[in-house]
Design a protein around this ligand. Structure first.
Ligand code: NCD
Length: 307
């Protein structure tokens, strides 16, 4: 596989060859070599998880992925860190590097905060979600999940609905889907639809029935209240009526459409509870399962290509 960039901050610059190799490796991890064999892969490495914003799935997924490959994991409790004593973010990173971290996984509420910082770092920085910008491993695990259920991504019709204005997950997914030649539709109320979204390379809709029509994949997104500034937060009941994904609205998609959600699911807001639990359509827990395998592939690649 061609070398990865030193850091993984975005999906935009990944090549198809690199993405294919990551998916193949994730598939290998899923279908499994014996656990004892895997443990040798990152033995002696230390991964630091540094989360400045809430997370359950992503943090634990990175931790499990690292541990399955034999690495040590250090979770930093940010509220007790020396940033509170006036240390800069970069100084903190350089200290973690000097302490022997082999890679740092960071979630941060500010968009693009890792771009400048990572230029000063010799060890890989992995973006686990920066503000409204990107969440590259989520994008990778999502397209990996689509491939496992639907095969080729080329010509796949993917509808992404909900709070696109604040969704880093959507952005990381769309960069990847466009590379593969999938057709992407974005569905949101006007107030939650970014202007000039992907320079017109994504078709935008305000009507769910129209946007979902004939889709192979429908992805629901949470209303990301914590990332909203002065915008008006929609009334949840009204929102569900127009934009909540349920069996009724899903009838407009292909009969075998899969339903995805990066989580956390707000049942009865972006997604109806019965649909979230319907094994005929919902692949939501598969996304979570596949996420560990994809993060194993990412960690291994970033940590071993520098050797
Ligand atoms: C997402 C995130 O944090 O960006 N969740 C996740 O990582 N699985 C989406 C969200 O918060 O709505």
């Amino acid at each position: 596989m061609s070398a990865l960039p030193r850091h993984l901050l975005s999906t935009e610059n990944l090549t198809l060859d690199q993405i294919e190799s990551l998916c193949a490796r994730a598939e290998f991890f899923l279908t499994g070599p014996p656990p004892a064999e895997l443990k040798k892969s990152l033995l002696g490495k230390s991964i630091v998880n540094l989360f400045f914003a809430d997370s359950t799935r992503t943090r634990i997924s990175f931790e499990m992925a690292a541990k399955r490959l034999g690495a040590d994991v250090v979770n930093v409790a940010v509220e007790h860190s020396s940033l509170n004593k006036g240390e800069t973010f970069l100084d903190m990173m350089l200290n973690l590097q000097a302490l022997g971290a082999s890679a740092i996984v960071i979630r941060h509420p500010e968009s693009f905060v890792l771009n400048e910082l990572s230029r000063h770092m010799a060890i890989p920085i992995i973006n686990a979600g920066d503000g409204n910008n990107e969440h590259p491993t989520q994008g990778l695990l999502d397209i990996f999940t689509m491939r496992r259920h639907k095969g080729e991504l080329r010509n796949l019709q993917v509808a992404i609905c909900g709070d696109l204005a604040h969704s880093r997950v959507a952005r990381s997914n769309i960069h990847l889907l466009i590379k593969y030649g999938a057709s992407v539709r974005a569905i949101a109320p006007q107030s939650l639809m970014p202007k000039d979204y992907f320079n017109g390379r994504v078709k935008t809709f305000t009507d769910m029935a129209e946007g979902i029509k004939g889709a192979d994949v429908v992805m629901a997104l949470r209303i990301q209240k914590e990332r909203m500034q002065n915008e008006e937060i929609p009334n949840e009941r009204e929102y569900f009526f127009y934009y909540g994904l349920d069996h009724q609205k899903l009838k407009h998609a292909k009969p075998d459409a899969i339903v995805m959600d990066p989580g956390p699911i707000n049942r009865g807001v972006q997604l109806d509870s019965a649909l979230a639990d319907d094994p005929k359509h919902s692949v939501i827990l598969d996304q979570v399962r596949n996420g560990v395998a994809m993060r194993m592939a990412v960690l291994e690649w970033l940590l071993k290509s520098g050797e």
